[in-house]
Ligand binder design. Structure first.
Ligand code: CTP
Length: 405
C-alpha cells in the first residue's frame, strides 16, 4: 500500500446513517495510506457506531460534544477544525448537508465545518428519494458552489428492504482515493508532472463598437476547473481565458484575451505543449470592421453587421504540422443530437477527443456547476454520470494522463 496520505491529518465527521459502519473501514483505509485520523461522531452517528469502536480503530480520542469542557480546554472546536489538512464527512446525511449549505452550527460537527478553513470532502449517503428531493439537490448545488467536494453517492441497494437507487455512500477505498487526489497526493508528484498543458476557457467578445460586443454564453467554469486540476496534477499550465468573472486558478499562468484572434495568438505563443484543451466558447463570427465610436440609434434603423468568420483555434492547432500537441481535446456544446454532432466535430476538427455536453436550457449546464459529459474519440463513446464541473475536470486529467501513457 503506497502511503499517499503520509503525514496528512484528516478530521472525519461521522453522521447518523446506516453507512456509518463503513466509516470504521474508511478510518482503516485512510490510516493504511499514512494519514492520522481524528473523528467527530455526531449524536445521530453515535446511534450507529460507538465512540469506543471509532476510538479503537483511529487510535485517537473521539470528539462528540460541543459543550465538553475538557475538550474545549484541551483542543477547542476551532482548533479541531483547523489543525487538519482535510475534513471528510462520511456518511454525509441529508441533515448534515442541509446544515452545511445554510451555515448552521448547533453541534460540534456543524460548528467545526463552519469554522474550518480547510478543504471539505463529503460522501453523501441517504435514501434515493431524499437525495433526489429538490431541497437536497439545492443544498448540494450550493455546497458545490461553495467549493465543497463530493465523492458519490453511488447507485445500488439500500439498507431498506427492496429499495435501491442513487444514494449509497461511496466505498471507503473510493473516499480514500478522492481524499488523496484532493490533497494532490496522487503519487510521484502528480500524474502530469513535467507536462505542458494549454487550456482555453470562457467566451470571446467580438467588438461591434467601443461599447457593444458579440459574445457566446460561457461562465468559463469548466475550462478553469480543468486548468486548476492540471496544475494540481503537476503540469505547467497556461490558461488562455476570455472575459470571465472567475478568480485565476492557483498555480496557473493566465493570459487574458477578449477576441478569438487574440486567443489564437496567445495559444500560438504558449506552444509547444503536450496537451491542448479547447474549452472556450469562441464566437464564430466577428464584425468585419468594428466602429471606433459608438453607433447611435437613428432613423435608418438597426445597423447592418457585416460579419466574417473567426479562425477556428482548435482546428488550427489540431492540424499543425510542427508543434501539434500529442493530445488535442475539443469541446462540443450542443442542444440536440449531442453525440452525433460530436462525432462529426471530432473528424472535422481532427482532434483526439471531444468532450460533448448537452447545453440546452433544460440541462442547466450553462452557468451551472454540474455537467453531464460524453467522451467521444475514435475508440468510441463513453458517457459519464452527472457530476460537478470540478469532478469532471479531475477525471479528465486522469484520463489525459492515461492517454499520454
Ligand atoms: N473552437 C475554437 N475556435 C473557434 C470555434 C470553436 O477553438 N473559432 C473550439 C471550441 O473551443 C470547442 C470546439 O471548437 O472546443 C467546438 O466548438 P463549436 O463552436 O461548438 O463548434 P463549431 O465549429 O462552431 O460547430 P457548430 O457550429 O456546428 O456547432
Amino acid at each position: 500500500m503506497s502511503k499517499l496520505l503520509q503525514n496528512k491529518r484528516i478530521l472525519l465527521v461521522i453522521g447518523g446513517g446506516i453507512a456509518a459502519y463503513k466509516s470504521l473501514d474508511l478510518i482503516r483505509r485512510l490510516k493504511e495510506r499514512g494519514a492520522m485520523v481524528r473523528a467527530i461522531l455526531t449524536e445521530a452517528g453515535a446511534q450507529f457506531v460507538t465512540p469506543l469502536a471509532v476510538g479503537a480503530i483511529s487510535g485517537e480520542r473521539v470528539f462528540t460534544s460541543l459543550f465538553d469542557l475538557a475538550d474545549e480546554q484541551d483542543v477547542g472546536h476551532i482548533r479541531l477544525a483547523r489543525d487538519t489538512d482535510l475534513i471528510i464527512v462520511a456518511p454525509a446525511t441529508a441533515d448534515l448537508l442541509a446544515k452545511m449549505a445554510n451555515g448552521l452550527a448547533n453541534d460540534l460537527a456543524s460548528t467545526a465545518l463552519l469554522a474550518t478553513d480547510k478543504p471539505v470532502l463529503v460522501a453523501p449517503a441517504m435514501n434515493p428519494r431524499m437525495w433526489d428531493h429538490a431541497a437536497t439537490r439545492r443544498n448540494a448545488d450550493r455546497l458545490r458552489q461553495d467549493g465543497i467536494r463530493f465523492v458519490g453517492p453511488n447507485t445500488g441497494a439500500m439498507a431498506e428492504r427492496g429499495e435501491s437507487g442513487l444514494g449509497r455512500m461511496a466505498e471507503p477505498i473510493e473516499i480514500a482515493d478522492a481524499a488523496a487526489t484532493l490533497l494532490g497526493a496522487t503519487g510521484a508528484g502528480g500524474v502530469l508532472t513535467g507536462r505542458r498543458v494549454i487550456v482555453t476557457s470562457g467566451p470571446t467578445h467580438e467588438p461591434i463598437d467601443p461599447v457593444r460586443v458579440l459574445a457566446n454564453r460561457s461562465s468559463g467554469r469548466q475550462g478553469h476547473a480543468i486548468a486548476a486540476a492540471a496544475a494540481r496534477a503537476g503540469a505547467d499550465v497556461t490558461l488562455v481565458s476570455g472575459p470571465v468573472a472567475l478568480p485565476d486558478p492557483a498555480g496557473v499562468k493566465v493570459v487574458k484575451v477578449e477576441t478569438a484572434e487574440e486567443m489564437l495568438h496567445a495559444v500560438g505563443l504558449a506552444l509547444p505543449a503536450d496537451i491542448a484543451v479547447f474549452a472556450a466558447a469562441v464566437a464564430d463570427w466577428r464584425v468585419k470592421r468594428a466602429k471606433n465610436s459608438k453607433v447611435k440609434k437613428g432613423k435608418s434603423g438597426p445597423p447592418k453587421l457585416d460579419l466574417v468568420e473567426n479562425p477556428d483555434i482548435l482546428a488550427t492547432v489540431a492540424t499543425l504540422d510542427d508543434n501539434r500537441p500529442a493530445l488535442v481535446v475539443g469541446f462540443a456544446a450542443e442542444t440536440d443530437d449531442v453525440v452525433a454532432h460530436a462525432r462529426k466535430k471530432l473528424k472535422r476538427k481532427r482532434c483526439d477527443l471531444i468532450v460533448a455536453n448537452d447545453v440546452s436550457p433544460a440541462s442547466g449546464v450553462m452557468g451551472g456547476v454540474s455537467n453531464t459529459v460524453h467522451l467521444v474519440s475514435a475508440a468510441g463513446v463513453e458517457t459519464w454520470p452527472t457530476m460537478s464541473k470540478s469532478d469532471v475536470a479531475e477525471k479528465l486529467i486522469a484520463r489525459f494522463a492515461e492517454l499520454l501513457g
